[in-house]
Design a protein around this ligand. Structure first.
Ligand code: SME
Length: 131
């Protein structure tokens, strides 16, 4: 788990706008919460297809949600959260291993710069991901 914990700490330090940072690990059809920084969440197991996190896996595509109040299947971790970024972590063959999930109390917290910085970590993590 060491690389995952290190990645969470690194991502959390990227911006003061990142209020919750966690890694979900894909196990069969469930995303299981790994290391995180921020308030504890009840969403420790999220089925693929559910919420923003599960949608990212189902659609094989990162999710940048500028306003979570506009997402019908959003799973709320904190009443304070206004925007969310989910970046998928893949192995070298492109298979999804998990994801980096970031919540912000600010709306539209995630622009191209933030996406690029988190994508870089996600790509590095794909190589270091524990078997
Ligand atoms: N908001 C996510 C759930 C995870 S929490 O943000 C930590 C979702 O809708 O899938």
């Amino acid at each position: 788990m060491a690389p995952l914990g290190a990645a969470v700490r690194y991502v959390a330090a990227l911006s003061p706008k990142f209020h919750w940072v966690g890694i979900y690990i894909l196990k069969k059809n469930i995303l299981e919460l790994g290391p995180f920084i921020g308030e504890p969440t009840e969403h420790t197991r999220i089925p693929v297809g559910t919420g923003v996190c599960g949608t990212a896996v189902a659609e094989n595509s990162d999710q940048n949600v500028p306003d979570v109040t506009r997402v019908p299947n959003y799973l709320s971790c904190s009443m304070k959260t206004r925007s969310e970024l989910v970046v998928l972590v893949r192995d070298k063959r492109g298979r999804v291993l998990g994801q980096i999930d970031i919540d912000s109390h600010l709306p539209e917290a995630f622009g191209p710069e933030e996406e690029k910085a988190v994508r870089k970590i996600a790509d590095e993590l794909g190589v270091l991901w524990p078997a």
